[in-house]
Write a protein of this length. Structure first.
Length: 278
């Protein structure tokens, strides 16, 4: 839950009351429990193993923080209490109708692929994490342009001279990737996209790859303050001794969507496509 939102806290209390009325034992993560004023909470990382449905009250960032963990096939219902809400596409008013469908087993599930990101170096043990949106390598605010060497499936692609590089899932293609000039990918495609951030050469364009590709990125030469950021929430400093490997995560998530609303309708609503101005 978005713990800073009074509206999310109130809706959460209503949700708990409704589940208890139906004879269902709600399981609430520690952070949300504080906002709800309830007891018997569990750590968010272990939540999926104890429930049959995960309800997220918040914005896309809240949902991304949940999907970093191992959640298996547990369906995720995102209720938008934020601003944009590409992932948390359901409004607060639709919570209880969507909940009823989920409990009846009639909710529409859409598989969303994730990426596995591994940082390895001779200096430390490999570190791995999952992302639903993107992995971003970029320079610090005052650092110079960086050079990133990219290989795909062991084949050299290019030296990208740029402010950074984004590797995005189709789900994340409407996030930082879109702002950097990358393409929108239909969310159920088996693909990923590599997008340079402010490249020095105009011929360095985004590249769409098969999801089963393995992307390896290495920083060429020493550089100050270069970071790997995962879903905009986890950050790691990297150096020219590190290798960043990005590949398909074997564990996609199951997102509850509204089948009567097409993805293009979502784009019309969120990105204001098709609106006449003036």
């Amino acid at each position: 839950m978005k713990t800073t939102s009074p509206e999310a806290a109130e809706l959460g209390r209503q949700l708990i009351a409704e589940l208890e009325r139906l004879g269902i034992d709600p399981v609430v993560d520690t952070e949300s429990c504080t906002a709800f004023g309830c007891e018997g909470s569990v750590d968010r990382a272990g939540l999926a193993s104890q429930v049959d449905l995960i309800v997220v009250l918040g914005g896309d960032g809240t949902l991304l923080s949940v999907t970093r963990d191992e959640i298996g096939d547990t369906p995720v219902l995102g209720i938008n209490m934020g601003s944009l809400g590409f992932l948390t596409e359901h409004s607060a008013d639709s919570l209880f109708p969507m909940l009823a469908k989920a409990l009846e087993g009639t909710a529409h599930l859409e598989r969303r692929e994730r990426l596995q990101v591994t940082i390895s170096s001779s200096d430390h043990e490999p570190t791995s994490a999952r992302v639903l949106n993107d992995a971003v390598i970029n320079k610090g605010a005052l650092a110079r342009m960086i050079v990133l060497s990219v290989h795909v499936d062991g084949t050299f692609v290019s030296h990208f001279r740029a402010d950074g590089l984004i590797v995005s899932t189709p789900t994340g293609s409407t996030a930082y990737n879109l702002s950097a000039g990358g393409p929108i990918l239909y969310p159920t495609l088996d693909a990923m996209v590599v997008t340079p951030i402010c490249p020095h050469a105009l011929t360095n364009r985004p590249i769409v790859l098969a999801l089963d590709s393995v992307v390896e990125i290495r920083l060429e030469g020493p550089a100050e303050k270069v970071y790997l950021t995962l879903d905009g929430q986890q950050g790691f400093p990297i150096s020219d001794r590190d290798l960043v490997r990005i590949e398909r995560c074997p564990e996609p998530i199951q997102l509850i969507t509204e089948p009567s609303r097409s993805y293009f309708q979502v784009l019309h609503h969120k990105l204001k496509w098709g609106e006449r101005r003036g």
